[in-house]
Design a protein around this ligand. Structure first.
Ligand SMILES: [Zn+2]
Length: 318
């Protein structure tokens, strides 16, 4: 019996891969530029390289892989991907992974789903009965793990919390709709709004920053820069509303929040908790859930992909 599965985390910028044993110990980690912007064929050639390289080092029991896009976990096909990875929609990724490795079984899932699974296995969601993960990055991704298993909906597309509607007819979103939560709360949206306001001539200390990040907006918001305070207040209000709505739907015991914004850590959480305190909650139900910051950082996706592969082998999740 082989002791390792190969875990792959495909991102817009990098492909990260490593071996994961049954205890969640990661080894042989490699990073390679994903070439995703060049399209499906360029990305697949990078993945082929990574798989062949890793499979040459040791015997591997199965492959688990996280990728952006709407994923049909059952068939191993990328059901839909926006223009960020040209021609990726319809790719039978699990089949390719198996071919590249000489016939090793492969399972795939959405990258944020696997971040949630990784945190549930070895991170901030350990021991949780119902965990909701929110990944705050360029966009806003989500994952739900119930009793150690991913909740995927009927076709593997759930949950897309970032594209739930916050404002009817609001600002345009990359998904083609208007007013999605992602447009108001993701760090990518915060920096976009900051640049928009600065271009219109509003004064702010941000104009002296070389590159504006959400963490800087939180930092200067705490120092009472008016523009940063405005963006921070709006973002946390919408994020609190989203968390409250999700809590009503799923009754989670823990929210695990990760992504670039969490570099601002406690400072951001204190703003968020202040907004959440504005919702009424009967004493008998308090606390409804706890909010934790991701413990695994960049390793969450690899560990989630590893867990997916082990669960597939064990027949727990096929
Ligand atoms: Zn959207």
């Amino acid at each position: 019996m082989q002791n390792f599965v190969l875990a792959i985390d495909i991102g817009g910028t990098n492909v990260k891969a490593g071996l994961v044993d049954r205890n969640g110990v990661i080894s042989n980690v490699v990073h390679q530029p994903s070439k995703a912007a060049e399209g499906r064929d360029a990305l697949l050639s990078v993945i082929k390289d990574v798989v062949e390289n890793q499979c040459g080092k040791t015997e591997i029991a199965a492959i688990g892989c996280g990728t952006p896009g709407a994923i049909d976990h059952k068939t191993g096909i990328v059901s839909y991907m926006q223009a960020h990875i040209p021609d990726y929609t319809g790719t039978p990724l699990a089949k390719y992974l198996s071919e590249f490795s000489g016939g090793i079984p492969a399972a795939i899932d959405n990258d944020v789903n696997l971040i949630a699974l990784g945190e549930n296995w070895k991170g901030a969601g350990k021991g949780s009965k119902c965990q909701v993960s929110l990944a705050l990055g360029t966009g806003l991704g989500g994952g739900v793990v119930v009793d150690g298993k991913l909740f995927r909906g009927s076709r593997g597309r759930a949950p897309e919390f970032g594209h739930m509607t916050a404002v009817l007819g609001g600002e345009p979103c990359t998904c083609g709709n208007f007013g999605c939560y992602e447009v108001y709360t993701a760090p990518g949206a915060m920096t976009r709004r900051a640049n928009h306001y600065l271009a219109s001539g509003i004064l702010s200390v941000l104009s002296e920053c070389e590159k504006i990040t959400a963490a800087e907006i939180v930092h200067y918001g705490n120092l009472k820069d008016q523009l940063c305070m405005k963006i921070l207040n709006e973002s946390t209000k919408y994020l609190a509303k989203l968390i409250w709505n999700i809590a009503q739907a799923f009754d989670p015991d823990v929210f695990v929040i990760g992504g670039g914004l969490m570099k601002a850590g406690d400072k951001f959480l204190s703003h968020l908790n202040r907004e959440l305190d504005k919702f009424y909650c009967p004493d008998e139900l308090d606390p409804m859930y706890t909010i934790k910051i991701s413990e695994l950082g960049d390793d969450a996706g690899i560990l989630g992909a590893g867990k997916l592969a082990w669960d597939w082998l064990d027949g727990i999740d096929r």
